[in-house]
Design a protein around this ligand. Structure first.
Ligand code: FAD
Length: 422
């Protein structure tokens, strides 16, 4: 069975599956998608003896990963409904997990990754009300810490601020440096190309992927970490007979980038007056093209902003900043917006998924970290779900043949530029 049968071809141009001159090679694993998830898995699998390669259609991280705020969080923001859910427990271990890698003691060496903030804050103008006692409760002990004014981030050291600031043990990474560090040791295993269709055998096992330029990638196993691009292969797997292949969902966001001559670094959620388990504003700070600092803002402003056009979103941003940080003159801010979708396995009523998701369909794994923070958890799930690597000592291939390098001199995908620098 193969996808030259139109029912298998996921709506893309049909291609023959005869393995002839355009066959690149045989691998243990082909990973589709070079965001944070795919690059993490490429490192993990090659370190465990798999001959794994990754194909990326544009730039590394150029979809969700580089647009993310880079927060490695323990899920406290999901507990803002004043109850700890299973979700917040599942994610709670992630900051420590990343910290181990950053100190060189984890499963992947991330010592060269730039940590832009080693803690995260949460502020409320005025009294915190019920949330205050929740933060002080036993359930959150050690995870949320009330700060004395002397320890506030600079922006709150202002006589007009009469609220509270809490510290979270979360961290913020420079995502570009994360992707560089993950890609650097794997350069020879990166393939520039867009996977457009999958080819199956009679048992609905995937045999190969066809790239847009006609090359074919054959492997024993396939891992899809392509974000929004996974949906084509979910459909193909379903049509091949894997009826449990998940459907996908996109959750749109309308993010904002604010530049102002007098911004100081701020990494904080604003929780003033919130009535849902979502911060009003989620702010991270990044360098601007002009050498200054800009605030990248998500949270409720970005989810509710999906309904607003660019100009109205900019007006609402100014109103929100005036309401929550009124001592800064926001009329002098330069504000731009970015529309970007989160790509996830479909949830009931389009809800936010709680955990990383890996679904096995024959020899293919469909993967979504659902959060940058959960990429290590995704790695664990993939290692549990994937078939063991062929033991090199049991194979008659030489060590050189088992190296998963793709042709020397071939074009390699490069790391994307952050949207606010582009
Ligand atoms: C605005 C925003 C802010 C966020 N902030 C945070 C945060 O602060 N903390 C957090 O934990 N999470 C955050 N997230 C979520 C996080 O960014 C994502 O969960 C994570 O980056 C997903 O990584 P990924 O590698 O699965 O997907 P992606 O980064 O989307 O990578 C998928 C890659 O696959 C490639 N691809 C697609 N189709 C094909 C194909 N057919 N062939 C070859 N390549 C293909 C794409 O070009 C892309 O490079 C945020 C998300 C958004 C949108």
């Amino acid at each position: 069975m193969n996808t030259s049968d139109s029912s298998m071809n996921a709506g893309h141009q049909q291609r023959s599956v005869e393995h002839s001159a355009d066959t690149t090679s045989d691998w243990d694993v082909v990973i589709v998608g070079g965001g944070a998830a795919g690059l993490w898995l490429l490192n993990l699998l090659n370190a465990r003896g798999y001959r794994a390669v990754l194909c990326e259609q544009t730039t590394l991280g150029g979809a969700q990963s580089m647009a993310s705020q880079g927060m490695i969080h323990g899920g406290i923001k999901y507990a803002l409904g004043a109850a700890l859910t299973g979700a917040s427990e599942a994610i709670a271990r992630m900051p420590e997990r990343w910290r181990s890698c950053i100190s060189g003691n984890g499963e992947i060496d991330l010592r060269q990754v730039q940590v832009v903030a080693n803690e995260y804050h949460m502020w409320s103008n005025g009294a915190l009300g019920k949330l205050g006692s929740f933060f002080a409760s036993h359930a959150l002990r050690g995870r949320v810490e009330a700060l004395a004014p002397a320890a506030y981030p600079d922006v709150f050291k202002n006589a007009q601020f009469d609220g509270t600031v809490h510290k979270l043990h979360d961290l913020v990474l420079d995502v570009a440096s994360l992707l560089q560090v993950l890609a650097a040791p794997q350069q020879n295993r990166l393939i520039a190309g867009q996977a457009i269709s999958a080819n199956f055998d009679e048992s609905a096992n995937m045999q190969s992927l066809t790239l847009a330029d006609g090359r074919e990638l054959r492997a024993n196993q396939f891992v899809f970490a392509a974000g929004a691009g996974n949906s084509v292969f979910c459909d193909a797997l379903k049509q091949a007979g894997h009826s449990h292949a998940p459907a996908t969902q996109l959750r749109p966001l309308h993010q904002v980038f604010v530049q102002h001559a007098h911004l100081s670094p701020l990494f904080a959620h604003c929780i003033t007056g919130i009535r849902r388990a979502e911060p009003r504003l989620t702010i991270t700070t990044h360098p601007t093209p002009g050498g200054g600092l800009g605030w990248y803002i998500g949270g409720h402003l970005a989810t509710s902003g999906v309904q607003r056009d660019r100009d109205i979103q900019i007006d609402v941003t100014r109103q929100e900043l005036n309401a929550t940080l009124p001592w800064i003159d926001w009329n002098r801010a330069e504000i731009s917006t970015l529309r970007i979708d989160r790509a996830e396995p479909r949830q009931t009523l389009g809800a936010k998924p709680d955990e990383a998701c890996v679904v096995r369909c024959g020899n293919a794994l469909l993967c979504w970290p659902t959060k940058l923070s959960l990429v290590p958890d995704l790695g664990d799930q993939v290692l549990n779900a994937i078939d063991p690597a062929v033991d090199p000592s049991a194979s008659d291939s030489s060590a050189e043949q088992r190296d998963s390098s793709v042709e020397p001199g071939a074009e390699r995908p490069i790391v994307a530029t952050a949207p606010w620098l582009a």
